[in-house]
Design a protein around this ligand. Structure first.
Ligand code: PLP
Length: 400
């Protein structure tokens, strides 16, 4: 670089912040490459990079070193050959369906208990784009097999643990059905994280996450990620480059930072959730409790088989005996440790009323048909002291 004093004011302002490279100096964590593009002093190198050399960076929509470091981290945790990060969970899910359903011109067979926005994507946008989508009960394996044989889907899609009733489906049986009919098995594992279940090890082809939840873990990032076989990831990278829903470097850095403590956080989320479930179960204001660790949960046996003993997730849902809207509002107002917020997986405990939030636009009858009562509350149990979470929930639901 020329002597700065020989340059004009505006040139100095621009050039001053160019990257420094000190030979021999290495930072212990990946730096944030907050740069939309990368240049090479040697035009041969630039030409190779633009020509598709996968280890070279040119433009951050194509790839960014900080984002790549996070992608490698998640791939290693999922036992995947590669991963691609997106700007949100929905951007990740959308890219998967563009590749495997829209471009491939194949139907989608999905669990009816999918996340609300995924439900909307499947029944609205994808159908408008000409994709046939069927949403059915994935706990009924015979029905899934029967419909898969006639529908011949390109994708069979489910969530490892569903929202908000925490249904756990049989990943091995579903992946087998997918193989039989020539479909790819895609699992949204947001609620379980690779610490509790690794769908690729159980036969799935792709695993997707809303990294906004447990992976980033601290309530300060919106992100998504997909992991799987290298050949599928190469195709998905093409879709990501063309559709542009990529993750920003700072968000990638925060997520990879959060994931360093994923195991510790999940152990605590799980232990706290088990305590919260036990306490609420005994509470007179609670009508019914949904927690896969309890023997009366419909998915208890499958959860025990496909989730680690003693770590059955950080979520607990329950029906208040009196589910009138005025009572739900009273409970939300009284909470002081557990925050009413439409998310999960944060270090802090969160509570949500599905009829008010995620399932707001369904009629009470449609909610009832999928098992969601008006008094249902979903708690994302945080990593605070369990006694404080329980005391707060008990005082809030207690009848004055
Ligand atoms: C939150 C969530 C999504 C969507 O992720 P965003 O990061 O909000 O776009 C998808 N699936 C599940 C299971 C989720 O909980």
């Amino acid at each position: 670089m020329p002597d700065p004093s020989s340059l004009g004011f505006s040139t100095r302002a621009v050039r001053g912040f160019e990257a420094d490279t000190r030979p021999g100096l290495r930072s212990t964590v990946e730096p944030i490459y907050q740069s939309s593009s990368f240049y090479y002093e040697d035009p041969e190198h630039l030409d190779a990079a633009l020509g598709g050399d996968p280890s070279a960076y040119t433009y951050s929509r194509y790839g960014n070193p900080t984002v790549a470091a996070w992608e490698r981290t998640l791939a290693a945790l999922e036992g995947a050959e590669a991963a691609i990060a997106f700007g949100s969970g929905m951007a990740a899910i959308q890219a998967v369906f563009i590749l495997l359903a829209v471009e491939a011109d194949r139907p989608v067979l999905a669990s009816r208990e999918v996340y609300g926005a995924t439900h909307g994507l499947l029944t609205g946008i994808l159908r408008a784009a000409g994709v046939r989508t069927e949403l059915i009960d994935f706990t009924d394996l015979e029905e899934v097999r029967r419909i898969a044989r006639t529908l011949r889907p390109g994708v069979i899609y489910w969530e490892a643990m569903s929202n908000p009733l925490l249904t756990v489906v049989d990943p091995v049986a579903l992946a087998e059905i997918a193989r039989e009919v020539g479909a790819l098995a895609v699992v949204d594992a947001t609620f379980v994280t690779p610490y509790l279940q690794r769908p690729l090890d159980l036969g799935a082809d792709l695993v997707v996450h809303s990294a906004t939840k447990y992976l980033a873990g601290h309530g300060d990032v919106t992100g998504g990620i997909v992991a799987g076989r290298a050949d599928l990831m190469t195709e998905l990278r093409r879709v990501a480059r063309l559709t542009g829903g990529i993750l920003a470097p700072f968000e990638a850095w925060l997520t990879a930072r959060g994931v360093q403590t994923l195991a510790l956080r999940m152990e605590r989320h799980c232990a706290n959730a088990a305590e919260v479930a036990a306490a609420l179960r005994a509470h007179p204001a609670v009508e019914r409790i949904y927690y896969p660790g309890l023997p009366d949960h419909p998915s208890h046996a499958i959860a025990r088989r496909y989730l680690p003993a003693g770590c059955l997730g950080g979520l607990v849902s329950f029906d208040l005996r009196d589910g009138a809207p005025v009572r739900i509002r009273q409970v939300l107002r009284r909470l002081e440790v557990v925050r009413p917020a439409a998310t999960l997986g944060d270090t802090g405990s969160r509570v949500l009323s599905p009829p008010m939030a995620s399932h707001r636009f369904l009629t009470p009858e449609d909610r009832a048909a999928i098992g969601i009562g008006e008094g249902l509350l979903r708690v994302s149990v945080g990593i605070e002291d369990a006694a404080d979470i329980i005391a707060d929930l008990e005082q809030a639901i207690g009848i004055e």
